[in-house]
Write a protein that binds this ligand. Structure first.
Ligand SMILES: C[C@@](CO)(OP(=O)(O)O)[C@H](O)COP(=O)(O)OP(=O)(O)OC[C@H]1O[C@@H](n2ccc(N)nc2=O)[C@H](O)[C@@H]1O
Ligand SMILES: Nc1ncnc2c1ncn2[C@@H]1O[C@H](COP(=O)(O)OP(=O)(O)O)[C@@H](O)[C@H]1O
Length: 310
């Protein structure tokens, strides 16, 4: 016995990968009294990931570092959804939020792929593991919904129907996998701006609420082929996104000319998804899209994939 206390072992960092989401069906109803729109959507996670790494720090407070997509433009303070999520789970677990968070971002920012929501979901999961906070599914879902309408889906990933403002989830067991070419643009669209444009177009009689998700849900369950899926994709925000960023029309048209089965704006845009028949077709289509130009970046991804709390 030396009488000396051994230094505390440094706690290991916790890293969590979290996928982007798409909405193969996005039905938008009227604005509710709380300002949110009623949604009838089918979410699916695709294999385009951010990585959130958390580790304890001796100093008080949260230190956030960011690399990759949007590292130069994203907020580092309380407005960052990862910081909000860390504070929320710390309050829930009654621990001090003294943590270093690193976001390695590959999901395009403000692109309709829920990158910020994905980071929030991953931070909830990573911090609950780091701080060994016991939390059940229902409580985790409640914290996630407080951070944003599509954060609950980002926790679970896979495929799910979203109702309410998008936070009421029903899991869908799918019988297949689908391949996409994801084309980002050099502009962004803010989500509330796009919902406002949907309202504006509706006042002019343009667009309606595509509430019924039954057909596409059955199609996913049965593992429908990409050809048939291409006829079932719906996005009630697409006209609004194209109205706000008219250049999307030529990007969509270009992908169809290069052989995509369908062109589909991702959520509130402006990312455009091109459906491919299989992985080989997706690779060939991505190559042609890159040669053609018009997109900021072109990726291939498949879905569904599981979320960090699946
Ligand atoms: C449209 C969707 C489709 O999945 O995603 P994106 O494509 O932008 O990623 C989602 O509904 C986005 O969800 P999320 O990004 O979490 O939105 P929130 O933070 O909850 O809300 C941001 C703002 O968007 C508007 N909003 C959001 C959800 C909803 N059902 N109705 C709304 O009107 C409101 O103006 C709200 O203040
Ligand atoms: N960790 C984060 N990653 C991305 N965006 C974030 C993050 N935290 C806050 N935001 C803010 O959220 C907004 C929406 O980002 P994002 O979730 O990427 O897009 P979308 O809602 O179109 O899917 C951005 O304008 C950004 O400033």
């Amino acid at each position: 016995m030396t009488g000396q206390t051994a230094p505390a072992a440094p706690s290991a960092a916790v890293s969590v990968d979290v996928p982007a989401k798409i909405n193969p069906h996005l039905g938008v109803g009227d604005a509710r009294a709380d300002g949110f729109h009623a949604l009838s959507t089918v979410y699916q996670s695709i294999s385009l990931y951010d990585t959130v790494t958390v580790e304890r720090r001796e100093e008080p407070g949260i230190e956030l570092t960011i690399s990759g997509e949007g590292a130069d433009i994203l907020p580092r303070g309380d407005e960052n959804l990862a910081v909000k999520a860390a504070k929320l789970i710390a309050i829930y677990g009654s621990v001090d939020p003294d943590v270093r968070i690193h976001l390695n971002k590959r999901i395009p920012v403000a692109g309709g792929l829920a990158g910020g929501s994905a980071d929030a979901a991953a931070t909830l999961v990573a911090c609950s593991r780091l701080w060994e906070i016991e939390i059940g599914d229902a409580e985790m879902h409640r914290l996630a919904a407080g951070l944003g309408s599509d954060v609950p889906f980002c926790l679970k990933g896979g495929t799910a129907v979203g109702a309410g403002r998008g936070e009421e989830l029903t899991r869908v067991e799918v019988g297949g996998s689908w391949h996409w070419v994801v084309a980002t643009t050099d502009t962004q669209i803010s989500t509330p701006e796009c919902f406002k444009e949907v309202d504006r177009l509706r006042e002019d009689g343009i667009g309606r609420f595509s509430a019924d998700v039954d057909q596409i849900v059955r199609a996913f369950e049965s593992g429908i082929g990409a050809d048939e899926l291409s006829r079932l994709l719906v996005n009630d925000m697409e006209a609004a996104a194209v109205s706000l960023r008219p250049q999307l029309a030529s990007l969509m048209h270009g992908g169809l000319e290069e052989g995509a089965l369908a062109a589909h704006v991702s959520g509130s845009g402006p990312t455009v998804l091109f459906l491919a028949s299989d992985v080989k077709h997706a690779m060939a289509l991505a190559r042609r899209m890159r040669m053609r130009g018009g997109a900021k970046s072109v990726h291939i991804a498949n879905g569904p994939v599981p979320g960090p709390a699946a």
